[in-house]
Write a protein that binds this ligand. Sequence first.
Ligand SMILES: Cc1cc2nc3c(=O)[nH]c(=O)nc-3n(C[C@H](O)[C@H](O)[C@H](O)COP(=O)(O)O)c2cc1C
Length: 309
Amino acid sequence: MRISLAPMEGLVDGPLRAALTQIGGVNWCVTEFVRVTSTLLPPRYFKRVAPEWANNWRTPAGVLLKLQLLGSDPTCLADNAARAANLGAPGIDLNFGCPAKTVNRHRGGAVLLQEPELLYDIVREVRRTVPATIPVTAKMRLGYENTDLALDCARALADGGAAELVVHARTKLDGYKPPAHWHWIARIKEAVQVPVVANGEIWTVEDFMQCRKESGCEDFMLGRGLVARPDLARQIRAAVAGEPADTVEWTNMLPVIAAFHQGLIGQGAPTYAPGRLKQWLGYLRRSYPEATALFREIRTQHQLNALPA
Ligand SMILES: Cc1cc2nc3c(=O)[nH]c(=O)nc-3n(C[C@H](O)[C@H](O)[C@H](O)COP(=O)(O)O)c2cc1C
C-alpha cells in the first residue's frame, strides 16, 4: 500500500510538506499546480513551487516530490515538463481536476474532462518529450458536470502514456461537497491497466477502510484529512497491519508546528507566516482541541516572532 500527500494550492507548500512528511507514513508528495499558458517558464518558477529541488526533490524527511503542471496546450506543457525534468523533477503529474472558475475559463483543470481526445494528446506529448525514466502521471475528477465521460477520460489518459492515475471521486460540479463517490474509482480501475490511486474525503481510519472496500484500490492520496490529522497515514498503516493505534500527541505536534512557522518567516509580507499558521491551526482544530486554544491566542496577532509557550 502506498499513501501520498495531495497537492493543494495555497495550502500544501514546502514548509507544510516538511511538517507532514516528518510525522510520517507518506510515500510521495506533489507540488501545487504550476499553470502553463503559452510560455516556457523560467527555472526560478519551478524552484519556487518546489523548494525541495535543492534537496534532490525530497522533503527534509526524504520523501520524493513530483511536480504538477496544469494547462491545455500539449506542446507547451511538454516543453515545461522537459524543463522541470531537466531541473531534476522525479515525476511529472498533470492536473485535470481543478474546479476554479478562472482556471477552467482559460481551459485548464477539470474543464478538459469534456475533451478526452485532448487529454490523450496532452499526455502523449508530455510522455514523448520527457525522458523515459521519469514517470508522467495524471490526476482527474469523475467529470465536469456529470460522470458520462469518466471512463473515456481515464482510458485516454492511460492510452496517452500516464503511468498512474489519481482519481478524485467527484465531478467538478460536486466541488468539495461530500460524499466522494468511491465506487466510481473501482469502475475506472477496471477500465484501465495502470495503477489507480483513490482520493477524496478520507478524514479517518474508518473513511479509509470504506474507501478501500468500495474502490478496491491499494494506493491512496490524502488531502485535507492529512492536514487536519497529520498522523492519519500512520494511523491507517497501523490499522492495516493490525497494530495498536499510532497517534501523535499534541505535545509532539508543537515542535513540528513551530518548525513549520519558522520555515515561513521571511516569505511574503510580515502577516504571511502568522496567516499560514492560523490556516493550518484551523484544520488541526478538527482533531486537536488544543489547536483551538493556540488559534485564539494568536488570532489577533498579525506578526508573530515565536510561538507562545
Ligand atoms: C485548498 C485546495 C487546493 C487544491 N489544490 C490542488 C492542486 O493544486 N492540484 C490538484 O491536483 N488538486 C488540488 N486540490 C485537490 C486535492 O488534491 C484533492 O484532490 C481534494 O482535496 C480531495 O481530497 P481530500 O478530500 O482528501 O482533501 C486542492 C484542494 C484544496 C482543498
